[in-house]
Design a protein around this ligand. Structure first.
Ligand code: GLY
Length: 396
């Protein structure tokens, strides 16, 4: 099949590998040196690229083109596209919309208030402060004190004075990312993953796009069933609202003493969760991606390796503020149990450079989570560029 992949980060690197290895012809709308030998890079509008190469499927990685309506535009052009419509993508683009949906359909979630600048709302507890709208991972402040919450609210209004801001009760428990493929009616859950969002070991430091992920996460069957139930009820709710959800729905959950509570929805594969999940995918993903796009997922569930995956992100030393700008001296090669995905890299005169905040990721596979972790960290010994940094406790 002829497939166009939109996006050029680590998530798309994993998607391109998984699709290309099953003999499909892949074009990518963004450059990534890791696409070499797997996809032809053809920069441009995804609909134009898809028309040019007579693509039968467009797979959209990042949230921004989904919010812009790329899937709607592909469908208008008669091209199947994996991902939600712009209307359905509001599950990620508007936290206030999602909170209202959760309350209307009784999905378990934290209590919250919506505030605007000048409301006079008295901040007297350590809320989680969430700026409405896409904020490239920078619109959420998890506060330990009421004073921090007041500062965060001020920062949110300084960033966008006319925005709505969600103040959410801070929930306690481990987090879990549960993703499911959706065709508008059915949800097919993928192995549960855990992202490590803080920059430093011990979950310290600033929030990032994600410093590593593991899958599957050992959780009780009851907790997992509760998360799957939320995804299914959300997809039913979206259909009832006239905005059916197709693509991959990512539920971010807090596993509390009283069961899973929804923290957020994303409308795309997580990055780096995708790298860990795709490493476990043990069949051709295209029938699943195409089925979601064409409103009929295949029956059953995809086959996953009976293994564990541990993905560790290698970033610039001063990420999330800074970016790298230095040659990459050494990288491990892909192997059956080690997958290297590039994100913030570029070729300069044929030489591979680290150019981004999150530069690349290394995913180890193993029979157990400990084996997968050990494999990933052995692979990291072969990563060499000035300032290369990673957490040592992913999956520990
Ligand atoms: N890793 C979190 C995200 O992709 O939003």
């Amino acid at each position: 099949m002829r497939v166009v992949v939109v996006g050029g980060g680590g998530r798309e690197s994993a998607l391109v590998r998984a699709i290309a290895r099953h003999g499909h012809s892949v074009w990518a709308t963004h450059a990534n040196p890791a696409f070499a030998g797997r996809a032809q890079v053809m920069p441009g509008d995804p609909v134009t690229v898809a028309r040019t190469v007579a693509a039968e499927l467009v797979v959209v990685g990042p949230e921004a083109p989904l919010a812009e309506g790329v899937v709607d535009r592909c469908e208008e052009a008669g091209i199947a596209a994996f991902g939600p419509s712009a209307a359905a993508a509001r599950l990620e683009t508007s936290k206030v919309h999602t909170k209202n949906l959760a309350l209307k359909y009784d999905l378990p979630t934290a209590t919250a208030h919506v505030v605007r600048a000048g409301d006079g709302f008295v901040v007297d507890q350590p809320w989680v402060v969430k700026l409405d709208g896409l904020a490239a991972g920078k619109g959420v402040w998890v506060c330990d004190t009421a004073a921090e919450a007041r500062e965060a609210l001020a920062a949110a209004f300084a960033a966008r004075p006319d925005a709505e801001v969600l103040l959410e009760e801070r929930l306690i428990g481990p987090e879990l990312s549960v993703l499911g493929l959706c065709d508008g009616e059915r949800v097919v859950p993928l192995p549960a993953a855990r992202d490590h969002k803080r920059r430093f070991d011990g979950d310290l430091g600033p929030n990032t796009g994600g410093m590593g992920a593991i899958a599957p996460v050992p959780v009780t069957p009851g907790m997992l069933a509760g998360c799957h139930d939320v995804l299914r009820r959300a997809v039913t709710a979206m259909a009832a609202e006239g905005t059916p959800f197709r693509g991959v729905l990512y539920g971010g959950f807090m596993l509390t003493a009283s069961g899973p509570k929804l923290l957020e929805f994303n409308v795309r594969f997580g990055d780096p969760e995708c790298q860990a999940i795709m490493a476990l995918f043990d069949e051709d993903p295209v029938p699943w991606l195409l089925g979601a796009a064409k409103r009929r997922l295949p029956d059953g569930s995809p086959r996953f390796k009976d293994a564990a995956a541990c993905c560790v992100v290698v970033s610039a030393k001063d990420y999330p503020e800074g970016r790298a700008n230095t040659p990459i001296l050494r990288l491990p090669a892909d192997a059956a149990d080690l997958l290297v995905d590039q994100a913030g890299t570029a070729l300069h005169n044929g030489e591979l450079w680290a150019t981004g905040g999150r530069v690349l990721s290394v995913t180890g596979l193993g029979a157990t989570p400990a084996d997968a972790r050990a494999r990933a960290y052995r692979g990291l010994n072969e990563v060499e560029f000035a300032g290369a940094a990673w957490r040592m406790d992913i999956g520990r």
